[in-house]
Design a protein around this ligand. Structure first.
Ligand code: GLU
Length: 285
């Protein structure tokens, strides 16, 4: 009698342990605790994903004051997650500032990143990219009354230019257009918007679609110069060489573009800034 009770109790404990392991309650320190070998398997098993986005880019990746997440990158990520078997309630959003993105992926703190993340050869040494799902161009944002900054070449003469650590644009200007430009690098783009508004810098630079979102938030105060001078292919960052997941994410991106959700997400999120919705880009091989 007593013996069978002990048996029963231990069976319950064992079952609870199994259930805990199945929902990721174990000591595993990866983003969901699943022991699945790659992103696709983990999404399928655990129905959970941790996704890195920007928190301060209106129209793209924004954490709203009521604690919600909105923007085109958020919609792309949500669509991809759904295709991998994870619904919106299973997503944990994590801020992925520009300089931290490769590390977040390498350390397993996020499963994927959808955060205005340009596909570059240098970054491909550390992570893999699905996509591109969108193509932007580097541009400049200046105060509305500025007349002398008309393109990257006009940043010579010790002009002060703000951009963000770990992003591609600032260095590009210094290397190719204005060697004497004074770069001021901040953690996030909203810090540059503040510096631009209060006159600490003459311009800020990043991708046009990001800058259009900030300009729309400050009507009459900031303007986009509007001469894009690079090609920024936005990819979905994931663990290096997880080819199965990369293929699955590419299929999700294609489906989103073909069923009209991609265009609808752009019109809803990016359209209000006046940004012209571009064509669907081709996936990289
Ligand atoms: N797309 C560029 C990059 O990945 C600039 C935007 C950003 O910093 O997120 O560096």
């Amino acid at each position: 009698m007593r013996f069978s009770r002990v048996l029963r109790v231990s069976a319950v404990v064992a079952a609870a342990g199994l259930a805990l392991a199945a929902c990721g309650g174990g000591s595993n320190s990866s983003s969901s605790g699943s022991s699945a070998t790659n992103l696709v398997a983990k999404a399928k098993d655990s129905k959970k994903l941790t996704i890195g986005i920007k928190f301060d880019q209106p129209g793209l990746g924004l954490k709203t004051p009521d604690g919600k997440y909105a923007g085109f990158d958020v919609d792309v990520a949500t669509y991809i997650a759904k295709e991998l078997g994870v619904d919106a309630a299973g997503i944990t959003w994590k801020e992925a500032q520009s300089a931290q993105r490769e590390d977040l992926i390498k350390k397993g703190e996020v499963d994927l990143i959808v955060a205005t993340y340009s596909i570059t050869d240098k970054r491909k040494n550390d992570v893999s990219f699905a996509g591109p799902y969108f193509v932007a161009k580097q541009d400049l944002l200046v105060r509305a009354d500025n007349t002398d900054i008309t393109g990257p070449e006009s940043l010579t003469g010790n002009k002060k230019l703000c951009s963000v650590k770990g992003s591609t644009p600032a260095q590009n200007i210094k290397d190719k257009y204005a060697k004497d430009v004074q770069l001021q690098e901040r953690g996030k783009y909203t810090d540059c918007v503040t510096s631009l508004l209060n006159g600490e810098v003459d311009a800020m630079t990043t991708d046009d679609v990001i800058l259009a979102g900030y300009a729309a938030q400050q009507p009459g105060k900031l303007k986009l110069v509007g001469k894009g001078f690079t090609t920024e292919n936005y990819g979905v960052g994931l663990k290096k060489d997880d080819n199965e997941s990369r293929t699955a994410i590419n299929a999700a991106i294609t489906k989103m573009q073909q069923d009209g959700s991609w265009k609808a997400a752009l019109e809803k999120n990016v359209g209000p800034s006046g940004y012209k919705i571009p064509e669907v880009p081709a996936l990289q091989p």
